[in-house]
Design a protein. Sequence first.
Length: 245
Amino acid sequence: MPRFYIEPKLWDPNHLVLNGDEFHHCVNVLRLECGDQIIIFNGKGEEITAIIKSISKEEIQLKSQSHIQSEKLKTRICIGQAVPKGKNMDLIIEKSTELGAAEIYPIISERTIIRLNEKDRLKKTEKWQRVAIEACKQSGQNWLPLVNPPQNLKKLFESVFNKFDLIVIASLQDDSQHFKKILLEFQENGPNSVLILIGPEGDFTPSEINFAIDAGSKPMSLGPITLRSETAAIYSLSVAAHELL
C-alpha cells in the first residue's frame, strides 16, 4: 500500500490532508483516485490507514480508518558521518533510516572532498532530509531521523555535549576495541544513547581522531578488513542495533 508523509506540525488525525510534494506523488505519479486506500505517517511513530475522500487542485482530503503507534526503539542510536564524494551520502542516509538511526550528523572533515557555503549547507540538508523521508516511505519505518546541517568535528562535539551516554569513533588505532567489548564498560542495560562517528575516504586524520578521543569518544575497531566509508556506516549501525535493540 502506498505510504505518504505528513510532518508533525500538520498532523491532525481529525483533518488529514496531503499537499505539496506528497500531493504530487499521489496524484501525478501514482495516479491514485478517490476511494483508494493509502498509509500516512508523521515520522514520530504514528501511522494511519486512510481512504482518499476528495481531490482538489492542490490538496487531498483523507478519511482515517485505523491508527497505529509504533514503539520507540529502546536505545537512541545516531551516526556522525563524514560526507563522502558523489551520491554515497544519499545511500548512507537511506540505509541509516532503514536501520533505525534516530539522528544523522553529516561531518565536514579535513579529508572531506566537498566544501559547502551556507547556502549549499541548507540545500544539502533539505535534500538529505528528503532522502530520509523517502526511505521511511519505502521501508515502512515510522520513525524519521533528523538530518542535521553539515559541520566539522569541533562544532559537532559542541552541539552534542552531554547528549550521549556513549560516543564511538571508527578507528584503525591499535587500542581500538570491538563495539561489543566497549559495551562491557556499561551496566547490564547498556547505554541509552550512542553516537557512532565514521570517517571519509582515507579516514579521519590522526588529529581529528585524537580530538574525538580527548573529547570522550571510544576508538572502535571494525575488524581487520578496511571498509569503504558507506560500508563502515551500515556495518556499524547493524552491529549497534544487534547489540542494543
